[in-house]
Design a protein around this ligand. Structure first.
Ligand code: NAD
Length: 298
């Protein structure tokens, strides 16, 4: 892998974290977004992330300064991608927006540039034909709070070049990630293939009145040694995400219990702005949620 110049498209929640992490590990990074106003907002996140890296990773001021020097910003796509060895796409999770983006990108990117999508729910084969380089296209999926939860799931589509795949695995390691290669396309990758059914089973147990939130979480925590139970996890992920996933399932399957779950989440959480850690309350109250109390599992 001899990547040096990396372009990150989309400077939102995940895009800016990926940009910062990549620059922190010594790569030259160009951040691209639709206009300069959005890019100004991204630049402001530099200070917040710097503080987090100092606090959580004990990063030195010197390393943060180097990170700053490795970051450039541009709202001109051709300019942003002109030297890129790798472009990581983190534009909104909307197939139409992503297709339009790849069509535009394919016209201006040099032939050498590898494209990687950070999409959480869409498959690379949905977009490969619009990239103009299907063999140099795959998914590189990060998790929120990338510097702590440093997983990188790497997933090709049927015609991804194995050499490109290997290079992206090496790149993921080079930016401090735990590289997790998948051998075939899988909606939800590994993490969400495991997590979504588990969280969904937890809300099913709750809505069917089998047991309360705390009892379900205590069971999972004690029996598996996990630091959080499913409802603790739901608060971190955000209840809106769970609600949206359940709503899609309910509409598709017309399953009675799922419909009940959707209504339950809407009435008790969404409508009351109890969305989890981000709003200070979800299934638990924050800071100091009950499951962090040393007596919780007694
Ligand atoms: P976001 O809405 O926070 O950010 C999207 C960014 O893309 C915004 O800055 C927006 O201005 C920009 N954008 C919009 N249209 C664009 C275009 N045509 N070209 C370039 N940029 C454009 O979204 P996010 O949460 O950062 O998610 C981005 C991608 O990352 C999605 O595919 C999502 O599935 C994935 N992802 C998100 C998370 C998460 O926890 N938020 C985790 C893993 C992966």
């Amino acid at each position: 892998m001899n990547y040096k110049n990396i372009t990150i498209a989309g400077s939102g929640v995940l895009g800016y974290q990926i940009a910062f992490q990549t620059a922190f590990h010594g790569f030259h990074v160009t951040v691209y977004d639709i206009n300069d106003t959005v890019l100004e907002k991204a630049k402001a996140k530099f200070e917040t992330l710097s503080k987090a890296y100092k606090r959580d990773l004990k990063a030195s001021e010197q390393k943060i300064e180097k990170t700053r020097k490795n970051l450039r910003y541009s709202s001109n796509l051709a300019e942003a991608v002109k030297d890129a060895d790798l472009l990581i796409e983190a534009v909104p999770e909307n197939p139409t927006i992503k297709i339009e983006f790849y069509k535009k990108l394919a016209k201006v990117a040099p032939a050498k540039t590898v494209f990687a999508t950070n999409s959480s729910t869409l498959l690379p084969s949905q977009f490969s034909e619009f990239t103009g380089r299907p063999t140099k296209f795959l998914a590189l999926h990060f998790a929120n709070t990338i510097w702590i939860h440093n997983t990188a799931e790497i997933m090709g589509h049927p015609t991804t070049d194995p050499e490109v795949f290997k290079d992206v695995v090496a790149f993921a390691k080079a930016i401090g990630m735990l590289a997790l290669p998948l051998h075939k396309e899988q909606p939800g990758y590994i993490l969400n293939s495991l997590l979504v059914p588990m969280l969904s089973a937890a809300t099913d147990l709750l809505v069917s009145e089998v047991a309360e939130v705390e009892t379900i979480d205590k069971t999972w925590m004690k029996a598996t040694g996990a630091p959080l139970g499913p409802f603790g996890i739901l608060d971190v992920v955000g209840i809106t995400t769970a609600y949206n996933i359940d709503k899609m399932t309910a509409e598709k399957t017309k399953d009675e219990l799922k419909i009940k779950t959707v209504n339950y989440l809407k009435e008790n959480f969404i409508d009351k702005n109890k969305l989890g850690v981000s709003t200070g309350e979800g299934f638990y109250k924050y800071p100091n949620p009950a499951y962090e109390d040393p007596d919780f599992l007694k």
